[in-house]
Ligand binder design. Structure first.
Ligand SMILES: [Zn+2]
Length: 278
């Protein structure tokens, strides 16, 4: 009978908690290590809709990319959405496990899955290698099998990523040729300078703010930018994480069933043109 302890051991052998940033909070959030685990749901965000999806499917464990409590807490009372979530999970004997920045820097990690989703092939190298092991690191740089215009690449990326209300935002000359691409799942503001120094044709990430993006585009001869929904850039990793868990456990004679959440937990639900607002 597979236990939560078996599953956590496997997850932590794939996504070593020691790789996480010092400010991060990864690992088991709730759950009894001796509980039986047969079904594991993978999702980006630990939110109510994902917990409901887990209960509908009769999951025993939810693995999320984002932490529920990043900054700690002194209460899990069901007076906040986070406390309510903890209550829902414990009452239904569902565990919660987080692999966040330790999954970002893993090899393969979150940005490898993103790179494949938008059509990069061949070897992928970290955009910002980890100091202790340059095979791991943040973001990935890779190439397209054949050059595309920025317009064509943006369309290909949009098709490869799960749909969100906001779609993709593109900055740069739409006719410029794109071959070398940098990607980083999640908020990539801090990697703008690194992407420029890497000499890529385009940098695809999420959560780009006006001033950093505007100033980046003012400098001549830099990469184009594509800004996607944060959730969409990290969702492709879920299937990879699920595959690695099932195959790792299978090697030990343990079988679990996995599923990737299809709940869109991007915060933005629609966009409106000026005409719609009249
Ligand atoms: Zn994220």
């Amino acid at each position: 009978m597979p236990t939560l302890a078996d599953v956590v051991r496997e997850l932590e052998s794939t996504y070593d908690p020691r790789w996480a940033e010092s400010w991060d909070a990864v690992g088991l959030v709730c759950g009894d290590p001796s509980s039986e685990v047969r079904r594991v749901l993978f999702a980006v965000d630990p939110v109510a809709a994902v917990a409901e999806e887990a209960l509908r499917w009769d999951a025993d464990l939810i693995v999320t990319h984002h932490p529920l409590y990043l900054r700690g807490t002194t209460s899990v009372a069901a007076t906040t959405f986070k406390g309510r979530l903890v209550h829902t999970l414990i009452k239904n004997d569902v565990g919660l496990f987080t692999a966040h920045t330790n999954a970002d820097v893993a090899d393969p990690g979150v940005s490898d899955a993103l790179a494949h989703a938008v059509g990069l092939t061949g070897p992928l190298t970290p955009l910002l290698p980890s100091a202790d092991d340059p095979r791991r690191g943040l973001g990935r740089v890779g190439s397209l099998p054949a050059p595309l215009s920025l317009r064509e690449f943006a369309r290909q990326a949009a098709r490869g990523l799960p749909g969100t209300a906001g779609g993709l935002r593109v900055a740069g000359d739409l006719d410029r040729e794109v071959r070398r691409v940098a990607v980083s799942g999640g908020s990539g503001d801090s990697l703008l300078g690194t992407a420029r120094a890497a000499g890529v044709d385009v940098f695809l990430t999420a959560d780009l703010r006006h001033h950093p993006a505007s100033e980046f585009m003012e400098a001549p001869d830099g990469p184009a930018l594509i800004d996607a929904a944060h959730w969409a850039t990290e969702w492709p990793w879920l299937a990879e994480a699920a595959r690695r868990l099932t195959s790792g456990l299978a090697g030990k004679g343990i079988t679990v069933e996995t599923r990737v959440s299809e709940t869109v937990t991007d915060a933005w639900k629609t966009t409106a043109e000026c005409e719609d607002l009249k």
